[in-house]
Ligand binder design. Structure first.
Ligand code: SAM
Length: 377
């Protein structure tokens, strides 16, 4: 792996571009680091087993089974339509899709029959893995994959797990009375922070519309891509739900004095750090999600908030809804039951994924009942 003294191919490309054309926004930098057509972190095939990130989908098949329970209930709430479009945005290699489809086929043949699963993934290498992993469901006409959202989702659900945190963010800082943007420039050591004026008036609107006041010296991220994404998804959805699972907070908490340096992190071999210029293209970059922004920008395309709850609460409520049969059943050996319980603990542990991870459900074109996953414990 390259060290800071050996620039990655992408670091060289970006430094050259900055020297010729001037500093780039951090959002442009992050876009290149994650999605550059050749050197982007997510463009390249997933590095197994030393992958830098671990998502709830890795706690297979439990996470998929519990989520499937919620999706199946949504299908019932929508009146058991003959066709239920289930769109997973940022589906990666299809791990979660397989868990959901396998369980649906086994547990609810009528729901499975109605399912049209559309995995949306911008990385070609990841899409090619999906077609291997999901071949049985493809053959039955239940699964297809594409690189962008479909033009319309007439009836169904659009969901994502750790998509929004992987979208490029702008970096801002309050200096005195001024709001400034932190760009990416170059110095004698390579890439570095460079202060400048805001690159777009959308950034100051983003803060003022949400009543966000940064403290003196506070750094913060603004994910305009997420705002555009939820607006677009909301427009495409005619009747049904949008489920967003990710780590983050509502704006009031995300931009409070406990987050003076923002939430941007670089992940390499499961270790989080703040040197996001170390190995561009070879480390994952993420920032916490602002769920208030998803709610606000979603409302612009007719989405209404159904509920917002911690992942722990969501999964525990769904486990209860399934009479805890996902954790223990007569068919499971003692060892399997112990494994399931340990995985479940990882998913709901307040110190681990359970409390930082949140679930936002929005709906459109229906009057939903109380969903199982949103029930208090
Ligand atoms: C952190 S990974 C999560 C993958 C998977 N959902 C999981 O839980 O393991 C984020 C994925 O979202 C994809 N992605 C990012 N932005 C996207 C977009 N606008 N449309 C489709 N896929 C996107 C990335 O290529 C990457 O595969």
């Amino acid at each position: 792996m390259a060290s800071r003294s050996e620039p990655t191919p992408l670091a060289l490309i970006l430094a050259e571009r900055i020297r010729s054309h001037g500093p780039i926004t951090f959002a442009e930098y992050m876009e290149a680091c994650l999605y550059h057509p050749v050197h982007g972190y997510y463009t390249k095939a997933e590095q197994q087993p030393g992958r830098d990130y671990f998502t709830s989908a890795d706690a297979r098949p439990l996470f998929g089974r519990l989520l499937a329970r919620q999706l199946q209930e949504m299908w019932c709430v929508l009146g058991r339509p003959d066709t239920f479009q289930l769109v997973e945005a940022g589906a990666g290699t299809g791990r979660l899709a397989k868990q959901i489809l396998d369980f649906a086929a086994e547990a609810w043949p009528d729901f499975y029959q109605a399912l049209r699963f559309i995995a949306v993934e911008r990385s070609t290498s990841r899409r090619s893995v999906q077609s291997e992993v999901l071949d049985a469901h493809i053959a039955r006409g239940r699964f297809l994959s594409r690189d962008e959202l479909p033009a319309e989702v007439a009836c169904g659900c659009i969901f994502s797990n750790e998509l929004i945190d992987a979208m490029p963010v702008h970096r801002l800082v309050r200096e005195g009375n001024d709001l400034r943007e932190i760009y990416v420039g170059t110095d004698k050591n390579g890439l570095c922070d460079e202060m400048g004026l805001l690159s777009s008036s959308e950034l100051s609107e983003y803060l003022s519309e949400q009543n966000i006041h940064l403290n003196q010296g506070q750094q913060a991220e603004a994910n305009l891509a997420a705002c555009r994404w939820i607006e677009q998804a909301g427009k495409m959805l005619k009747r049904g739900f949008i489920v967003t699972i990710d780590y983050g907070h509502e704006a009031q908490e995300l931009y409070d004095e406990r987050h003076m340096r923002g939430t941007l992190l670089a992940y390499e071999r499961h270790r989080a750090g703040e040197d996001w210029f170390r190995v561009p293209g070879e480390q994952d970059l993420t920032a916490h999600v602002n769920f208030s922004a998803l709610d606000l920008y979603g409302r612009r395309s007719g989405l209404v908030q159904t509920g917002f709850i911690s992942q722990s609460n969501f999964l525990l409520a769904l486990a209860r809804h399934g009479n805890f049969s996902d954790l223990q059943s007569d068919e499971m050996t003692e060892v399997e039951q112990t494994q399931r319980r340990l995985l479940f603990k990882t998913l709901i542990n307040p110190e681990g994924m359970g409390e930082t991870f949140q679930v936002l459900i929005q709906h459109k074109g229906i009057d939903p009942e109380n969903l199982a996953g949103l029930q208090p414990l």
